[in-house]
Every structure is written in C-alpha cells, then in structure tokens.
Design a protein around this ligand. Structure first.
Ligand code: SF4
Length: 660
C-alpha cells in the first residue's frame, strides 16, 4: 500500500506568517504597500500578494508612502535611508532575526569582531552584517573559515562574537562551532538558529529516513527549502518543486516509476518556511491522485492543469456565475461547494450603482477571491478588483493615445488626490496637476467628475499618475481653436465682464477675452467704463475686428438701432434752430449736446456777433443756449452750430440768449 505523510512542521513559520499578515493588513488599509524585496521566497504567494496590493521593490526610492522590511530584516543603513526619504517604515523583521541584530549591535560596541555563519549573499546575513560596530565577516563552510583564518590574521584575535543565520544547516553548524573554537581562543558563540528551522529540519531528517522519497516544496530561491532538500537527500530520493503543477510537469515520469517499483511505497512531504498551506494541500491532493491511478495519462495531466484555476484562496482569480442578486450583494457559484458572495461595494467602483445595475442572474463574471471564511463556509469575492485590472489596460491605451479618461475624485491623499476611472482604475493626481489653485483646497474637487490625462504608468507597481490640469488645458485649447475658426466680424456674443481698465473692459467670450473700448461701450459720452458696466455684468457685444495672430478681439457694445446719429438725421436738418447744452469748452469753441449721443460744435467765431477770444468767458459747461444747425456732415457725423447766425437773423435783438 502506498502512503503519503506530510510533515507537521511543513509550511509557513511564525516569522513568515507574521510578515504576510502585516503586509496584508497594511495593503488593506493603504491600498498599495511596498516590500523591500520579495516578502517570501515563493512566486505563487508573491503574485497572490501583488494582487492584494503588496508590491515588491528593489530600492526604497521605488516606494511611495510606506515600505515593509520583510522577515529577513535589513541593515541599519536601510532604515536610515527609509527615514531620509520620509517613508513610513513597517518593520516585519522576524523577532528571531531582530534578536540577532540586537546581539551583534550590543556585543560589538566595544569594538570586538563578529563572525556570521551563513550565506553572505542571503538578505538575512546582509541585514545582520549591517548592525556590527566593529569588523564583521561571514563564512558558509569550514573551507571558508580556514581561508579567513589564513588571510586575516588580526580578525577575532581579541574577542570574537559568533552568530549563525537562522536557517543554517544544523549539522554543518555543529561542525563549524568546533572549528571556530579551535581557531579562536576568545570566542562568544550565540546559537541563533531558529527553533522553527530546527524542528522542521529535525522532522524532515526523521521522516526522510522512513520514506522512499520526499517531496520538498519551496521556492527556487528559498535557502531553507534547499537545505531541507539536502537533509532529506541524505536518506532518500527527493523531488524538489515549487508547486503541484511543477511537480507533475517535471517529476511525473519519475514518480510513476517509483510507484510501480514496489507495492508499499511511502512518500513524505515537507515544505520550506515560505510555502503557503494551500500549495502543500494541493501537492498532497495531486500525489493522492497519482497513487490512485498510476497510469497518469494525458487526460489526467489536463485535469491537473485545470485544477489550480478553481481554488478558493484569497487573491485567486476565478470565473463566477451569478445565481442571485439582491440590494446588498450578488451570490455567485465558482465551481466549489462553498457559496460565493460579492458585497455591493465590491461589485463596482461606482458607489451610486446598486448590485442590480451591475449584474444579473446568469452572468458569468471574472472575480478575485478576497476572503475565505472556513468557519461559515463562505467565499467572498470582488468584481471591482478585476475591473480595476481591466481599467489599467485601458489606462495604458489612453496614455499611448494621449486620450482623456473620465473618472471621479474619490479621495484626498498626501500630496494629491485619487481619481477612480470609469473602469475602476485608481489614479494618483499630484496636487500640482489637480487644477486646484495653489491656495485652494483639494477637498473642493472631492466626488467631482473630472477628465484627466495619463502621464505615468508603472504596471509592475500598479501605479498610475494622471493630470487633470493637462486635460483641462487640452479642452481649453480645443475651445479656443474652435473659437478662432468660427470667429467673424459682426458675430454676436453675450459675455461676462472679466476686468475693467480706464480705457475699456475685457469680456470673456467663452475661453477668449475680447476688449470693448470706452468709446464702444455706449453711444453716449462717458469718461469711465464704470459709469455703464461693472465687473461680472453680462454684456451683449459684437465683433468689430480681430487678429488671430495677436489673439486680439475688438468688440462693441453699441447697437445700430440705438445709434443716436440715425435718430438725429431723421429728426433734424440744416437750418433748424435747436436748444442745446454746452458739454465742453475748447480753445476753438464749445461742444453742445443736441440729443444724447450727438454733439454739435459752436465754433469760437459762431458764438457772438462780437469777436470772442476766450470761449470760457462767454459760455460755460451746462449752459443751455439756442443755436442754428448750420451744417451736417453725414459722412463724418459732424454737426456745426451757430449762435451768431441766430443773432444776425434776429437783427437788433439782444446778444446770445442764455438759459440756465
Ligand atoms: Fe523567523 Fe525562523 Fe521563520 Fe526565519 S525561519 S522567519 S527566523 S521564524
């Protein structure tokens, strides 16, 4: 009978579990969170975390907002760099690793040397070395230790502190301790191998002695998984794999041969500290299938390839069939026995839509599993997250085509706002690109619908930067181009008076300002625009002339039907005697208003029968006099008046009549 035994200690250790929990919670709170390096050495798990918003970066400068130090820890200089960059540091260093940092720091303060037993290229060892205050070296084997002793005669001569990488091979560590004591006389050894590692390695060693083969599950870069494989290989055959799919693809034939070689075959399974439980379970299930049917054929292989697609674990993308919709959620079937629920807020990025607006019974939709509650047997999913991914594709297309994307401002964050596109993509718009004036409040555009241009996309980090300002500018430029294209003399506008100068006013014609000169504001004589308009008034204007090159438009607010000259020509003729009011005095005569908007000139020679040398001595502004219209120049719109002509006609009548 063939038997499969899974090691009790297989899978996530305490430190990795803690780091994953910290990262998931941080991503849930902040939307996106960065980890310095991959959080764990397992590609499946890293991808699943990425879908949750946990993004690995190689350098703190690539992060924004917050950065997580993973369970391996990091050198002290990295913490300083994070602080310098103003990033929030979320420290998920495993407490066992943090203890080594403390030991190295404290015991090297007196300047004594430190030796780390471990792989000097491993992030944990790099981190440890960054806490030494004196000289520090790392060795991975007896040979490396011999080399160090030979090449550096002064190292460790006074006092040598020794620590060991948490996941170091126990047997090798025992041997190395003996060697260290032989080479160095004054030595303090701290056994810092972690208990989880010891237990996992001890159990793997024991299990492998009872088995015909061991399946060791772990990432290709996981040193603790590689060590497990080495330990097991001392007692039996080892199949090293990252997941079930790889096991079947790469070891199927060997497994078949092994199973057919004897009646009673015992296979053990163990896994490195970065292996999630679901992968261990999946490998176990597939091994069981292989044992049940040793003839693993093409059909079975195809079935295996299908298997991982319907997995209910947080972060997995699945196809779901809508089986019921109500006001608060959609109930879906994802092909497993548990019921799937998509809460209303996870159906769409648009909070104004109800579930019935988004899906209907029978729809087959793509979703992401957000939570599996084993206690109540429910699986919770999100359609919104899938839409956001699709939205990202549209965002990239929009950037390539420089198209404007529409969205709603959904949050005000440090340094800008978040706009959620109509397709659910989250876009960061820096304050400088928000279109809000420097002294304005970003909150003023919260919940507003806006258009934006995509100015930066980082697919790997799921980061999109947009500019509302650029979209506004483009829209304004388009309006202006259309304005100049359609502009013609005589075109009428109703515009708002934007500003006022002593010589006229500027009127907004819809993105372009035109100028109404003081003399074009009214047919009447005014000294300042404020006599007839105020800033903010709506003014009916007509284009008099324009210059597209200089972007100038001259306007008039005068209406032809109100032209007083037309009225004057209809009502008056040369020879008429009119009562006029003196409106201004000049050295060569006086102007007098005949009707509002039409003045006539009483030349100095036409004021009196007597010779007048100073007009102001005879006439004054406001004075009403009777005069004769002696000439009308229609072309130049000029009227000549004469008091003298009336006096001459009146013979010996008294001089210039005057009424106040
Ligand atoms: Fe911490 Fe041990 Fe896990 Fe390393 S193996 S993260 S030291 S618990």
């Amino acid at each position: 009978m063939t038997e499969i035994v899974t090691a009790k200690t297989a899978g996530y250790c305490f430190g990795v579990r803690q780091a994953v929990d910290i990262a998931e919670k941080a991503a849930e709170k902040r939307g996106t969170v960065y980890t310095l390096g991959q959080l764990i050495h397992n590609n499946d798990a890293v991808e699943r975390l990425r879908e949750h918003g946990v993004i690995p970066v190689n350098d703190p400068t690539e992060a924004e907002g917050s950065i997580i130090i993973r369970s391996h820890g990091a050198p002290r200089s990295v913490y300083d760099r994070i602080a310098e960059l103003g990033l929030e540091c979320i420290d998920a260093t495993c407490p066992y690793v943090a203890r080594i940092h403390k030991l190295v720091d404290e015991h090297s303060r007196d300047g004594s040397d430190t030796l780390v037993v471990g792989d000097r290229k491993h992030p944990e060892v790099i981190g440890i070395m960054g806490f030494a205050n004196g000289e520090i070296r790392a060795v991975d084997s007896g040979e490396e230790l011999d080399e160090l002793v030979k090449s550096d005669k002064t190292f460790g001569t006074k006092l040598l502190n020794v620590v060991v990488q948490t996941t170091f091979d126990m047997c090798k560590w025992t041997d190395l301790q003996k060697k260290i004591k032989k080479h160095y006389t004054n030595v303090k050894i701290f056994d810092t191998i972690c208990r989880a590692t010891i237990e996992r390695q001890t159990e793997a060693a024991a299990l492998s002695q009872q088995c015909d083969a061991m399946v060791v599950i772990g990432g290709a870069h996981s040193s603790n998984s590689a060590k497990l494989a080495r330990i097991c290989a001392e007692s039996c055959r080892v199949f090293f794999t990252e997941n079930a799919g790889q096991l079947v693809r790469e070891h199927k034939d060997s497994l078949k041969r092994l199973l057919s070689s004897a009646n009673d075959v015992k296979i053990g399974i163990t896994a490195g500290a970065s292996t999630p439980a679901y992968i261990i379970k999946e490998v176990h299930n597939i091994m069981s299938e292989i044992i049940k049917d040793e003839a693993v054929d093409a059909e079975f292989m195809a079935a295996i390839d299908q298997m991982p697609r319907v997995r209910a674990y947080a972060g997995n993308r699945v196809k779901a069939t809508v089986v019921a919709v109500n006001k608060t959620e959609a109930v879906v079937d994802i092909g497993i026995k548990q019921s799937g629920y998509i809460p209303a807020e996870e159906l769409s990025a648009n909070p104004n839509l109800s579930p019935e607006d988004v899906v209907k019974v029978g729809d087959v939709i793509d979703c992401i599993v957000t939570k599996v509650n084993d206690a109540d047997g429910f699986v919770y999913l999100s359609k919104k997250q899938v839409d956001a991914q699709a939205g990202m594709e549209k965002i990239i297309k929009a950037k390539d085509e420089n198209a404007t994307v529409n969205g709603t401002v959904t949050a005000v964050v440090k340094g800008g706002v978040i706009v959620t596109s109509e397709d659910g993509a989250r876009v960061f718009v820096p304050a400088s690109q928000s279109g809000v004036p420097r002294n304005g409040k970003l909150e003023d555009i919260l919940k507003k619908e806006v258009g934006f241009k995509v100015i930066e996309v980082n697919e790997g980090r799921g980061r999109v930067v947009g500019s509302i300002k650029a979209a506004d500018r483009e829209a304004t430029d388009a309006v202006k181009a259309k304005f100049w294209e359609e502009l013609e003399v005589g075109k009428k506008f109703v515009g708002e008076v934007k500003s006022m100068e002593s010589y006229g006013v500027f009127v907004d014609l819809g993105g372009v300002d035109g100028m109404v000169h003081l003399t074009e504001l009214t047919w009447n004589r005014v000294k300042h625009p404020k006599e007839v308009v105020s800033v903010g008034d709506k003014l009916e204007v007509t284009v008099k002339s324009f210059d597209p090159e200089k972007k100038r438009v001259s306007l008039t607010a005068k209406k032809p039907e109100d032209n007083p000259w037309t009225k004057f020509m209809n009502e008056f003729a040369e020879g008429d005697v009119v009562k006029v009011q003196v409106v201004s005095i000049t050295p060569f005569g006086a102007f007098a208003q005949i009707i509002p908007g039409v003045d006539g000139l009483i030349h100095i020679s036409q004021i009196s029968l007597e010779r007048v040398t100073d007009v102001s001595k005879v006439l004054s502004v406001g004075q009403i006099v009777e005069a004769k219209i002696t000439e009308i120049d229609e072309e130049k719109s000029r009227v000549s008046l004469s008091i003298k002509a009336l006096l001459e006609e009146g013979g010996d009548e008294e001089e210039a009549p005057a009424e106040e």
